[in-house]
Design a binder for this molecule. Sequence first.
Ligand SMILES: [Zn+2]
Length: 438
Amino acid sequence: MRDERVSVQLASDVPVDDTLLATLNQFHFKSLKLQKKAVSPHVLKYMNKVDQNDHSSTYMLRGMEAAGKANVQRLLKKDYLGMIGRHFNIYLKQSGRIRLGKAMNKDQLEPAVDILADEFEEDMVRHFGLTSFSPSRKFAVAITHDVDYVGNYPIANLKSGLVFLVNSLRTVMRPRLSMFYLKAAFRFLFGQVNYYGFDDILKIAKQNDFRPVFFLFAKLPQGNKLGPLQRLRFLNPNYSLENHDLSRAMKAITEANAEIGLHGSYMSADDPDLLTAEKEYLEHKTGHACQSIRQHYLNIYGRISHEIYSRIGIQVESTCGFISENGYLCSTTRPFYAVLPGHGQNQVIVLPMVFMDAVPLYFRPENTAEVFAQLRKTLHWLKQFNGFAAFNFHQRVISCFPEYKKLYEDIVSEIRDMGGKIATTTEIEKLYPPCTDV
Ligand SMILES: [Zn+2]
């Protein structure tokens, strides 16, 4: 079917290749093909003579104009496809390490691609009298958990307790924040915290009838290729699947039918052998195929990591988010296939990660009302665009910070109240089928 598609070039400075085209196809080309069906044979002939140097989004619209469908000057000026393409370029074209702290522009603070895509659809419908071409979908959230620390660590407690104490003194002019730190300092210093968290989460999941997702680190018996200095920098999580707390957690997770994905080690993002070994080790320990991944530290090598995922059978990746700000790295709330040049559709789906608890915890921990307000705004975007995205909590945050446990429960209720679904990452294709050929 592919060769029947209208060839498309994007306007302005967007370099075009298969990657970008295939990505755009998922969002938009269903519409182009519908339009192709709608035009007369005369126009089709005209459109098929596409000059590779022309902009065929423009070209396609001209075809429509030639068929007497509409005056398209206004649409041409907008160059929707070019604008959308620029957003995806950031992520898919990158071959070096992507570790983005903050949004690079305001379009990443709101889902600009979704806004443009909807506008594009609206314009198409209005100008060409087509029926709406977006598949009907329900918005969904995958509630995921990065597992970095497990159990109880007196040294970590002491370290965190002292850091909170210093922060409390440092922020004494902001009494609420200072008090938050002070309370946390006492909890940590007097050993009243545990880094387990699984029981709380599984209980909430059971009460609310959803399957949580846990990303587990696979510490290999032969090591995960970190040098001694890198180990001191805590570049990898600190537990082994063999330790007692983890075995207990794994049993509970399995009984609760939660989804287990891989929390890839720091060096695995561009090392196929290491990532394969970690995936196989995790599968061996859980007895289940592992199809989902989030890299620790949101550490990913764009195209290179995706090539590895595709080769070793990882189907969903949700590392696509920021470290120190919550936003929309690819400016979208919708999952998309990452398509690599020369690979056709490689079947790795990117599930945007649009919220991480660590962000407010580091910057505005005391103001959970504000965090909740931000999460609600994100849920409204998800609902408006029928999106499907991941929220990322750390299981230890739920057990160490009562405020965040409350926030977690509130957000679960809110998703339900807004009519959303809570799903696992690998349920994407079932819930959220990609645009298919028409
Ligand atoms: Zn992590």
